[in-house]
Ligand binder design. Structure first.
Ligand code: ADP
Ligand code: DP6
Ligand code: CO
Length: 350
């Protein structure tokens, strides 16, 4: 029996203007626009293989080698439903195409980094799922069209369909057809900007992004201020800083946005803590390092792990500074220049 198969990889993206809050939880429509940098595929990525066959009797999913239920996973079901419907449309128009829309599929996906630890596994995971489905089904869609489908898996995933600097435009329509990712600048625009990933903890977070942000929407007054008064202006300033390759401005906005996101988590009731003592020590170290001019920017997603953006020439020094404060931190250079992953041990007591 014929087996149809596609394998793809997708990178993570780390937001510099964060998405936190949904106005529609089933379509995944955000309360604010956001902007991120897609990291190199050599760094953190998901790899997904999907097979379709008339021999398969049910849809099945293996994540990092362990089988997971698909039925309970509404978002994955939505991505499957959307891509199958698009495949059915092209099969209707062209009778010579193999009938894939009606076949059951097996999905096998792996992340080369900690899953659900605040390093954007849902972003690379769902971007990869939707992209691999589009390859398997040969869908005639561009990256923005695919971002609308990936968004329904995980909001942040829509931005991983593009490389470089990517905005997720929140959109206005109730059906979500204008809530999509657009590229602000390609990866070649600012090759000097690099990312260092500091793995503080690889444990699964206590509060998932999905649960955390809905509690924030329900209880935080600060979130209302953020989405109305802060983010619209910050998006414009961030886009300008990226276009001008203005690192000090990019860094200031990135750090301010990370700080406000975590402040909004603290303003949630009951409060959500994603950063820990090591995360806060990294903030202090980078702040001190930037005393005489901004040379590095930290940002933290919904977890304790730091991503540090900096011009390439500063990276060796930043690594030296961090290793001074975290003796024993290991450094993984095998992933290439763009990818510097250090595992930080606990801070020595005093
Ligand atoms: P993170 O900070 O890692 O994005 P989230 O709480 O947002 O954490 O999402 C984690 C969830 O994303 C996982 O529990 C899983 O359901 C989903 N996920 C992660 N990686 C993949 C993948 N490669 N394929 C499909 N789903 C994935
Ligand atoms: C802090 O995209 O993981 O990383 O849409 O519910 O799957 P769901 O949430 P998710 O949230 C990401 C939150 C963030 C900020 C960001 O990536 O913009
Ligand atoms: Co996520």
């Amino acid at each position: 029996m014929t087996v149809f198969e596609a394998t793809c990889t997708a990178p993570v993206n780390i937001a510099v203007v964060k998405y936190w809050g949904k106005r529609d939880t089933s379509l995944i429509l955000p309360t604010n626009s956001s902007l991120s940098v897609t990291l190199s595929q050599d760094q953190l990525h998901s790899k997904t293989t999907i097979r379709a066959s008339a021999d398969f009797t049910s849809d099945r999913l293996w994540l990092n080698g362990i089988e997971e239920s698909i039925e309970k996973n509404k978002r994955l079901v939505a991505c499957l439903r959307e891509t199958r419907a698009l495949r059915a449309q092209i099969e209707e128009k062209d009778a010579s195409l193999p009938k894939l829309a009606s076949l059951k599929i097996h999905i096998c996906s792996e992340n080369n980094f900690p899953t659900a630890a605040g390093l954007a596994s849902s972003a690379s995971g769902y971007a990869c799922l939707v992209y691999t489905l589009s390859q398997l089904f040969q869908l005639p869609l561009d990256a923005s069209d695919l971002s609308i489908v990936a968004r329904q898996g995980s909001g942040s995933a829509c931005r991983s369909l593009f490389g470089g600097f990517v905005a997720w435009e929140m959109g206005e329509k109730a059906d979500g057809s204008d809530s999509k990712a657009v590229q602000i600048a390609p990866e070649t625009h600012w090759p000097d900007l690099q990312a260092m990933i500091c793995v503080v903890s690889d444990e699964k977070k206590g509060t998932s992004s999905t649960e955390g942000m809905q509690l924030t929407v329900k209880t935080s007054a600060l979130l209302q201020h953020r989405i109305k008064e802060v983010v619209p202006k910050r998006m414009e300033e961030m886009i300008a800083a990226i276009r001008n390759k203005d690192f000090p401005k990019f860094a200031e906005l990135t750090m301010q946005d990370s700080n406000q996101f975590h402040a909004v988590c603290l303003d949630t009731y009951p409060p959500i803590f994603y950063m820990n003592d090591i995360s806060r020590a990294i903030i202090r170290i980078i702040t001190e390092y930037n005393k005489d001019g901004v040379k590095a920017a930290y940002t933290f997603d919904a977890g304790p792990n730091a991503v540090i953006y900096a011009p390439e020439k500063n990276m060796a020094e930043i690594y030296a500074v961090l290793s001074h404060f975290f003796p024993g931190a290991t450094f993984d250079d095998s992933l290439g220049l763009l990818s510097k992953t250090s595992t930080l041990p606990p801070l020595p007591q005093n």
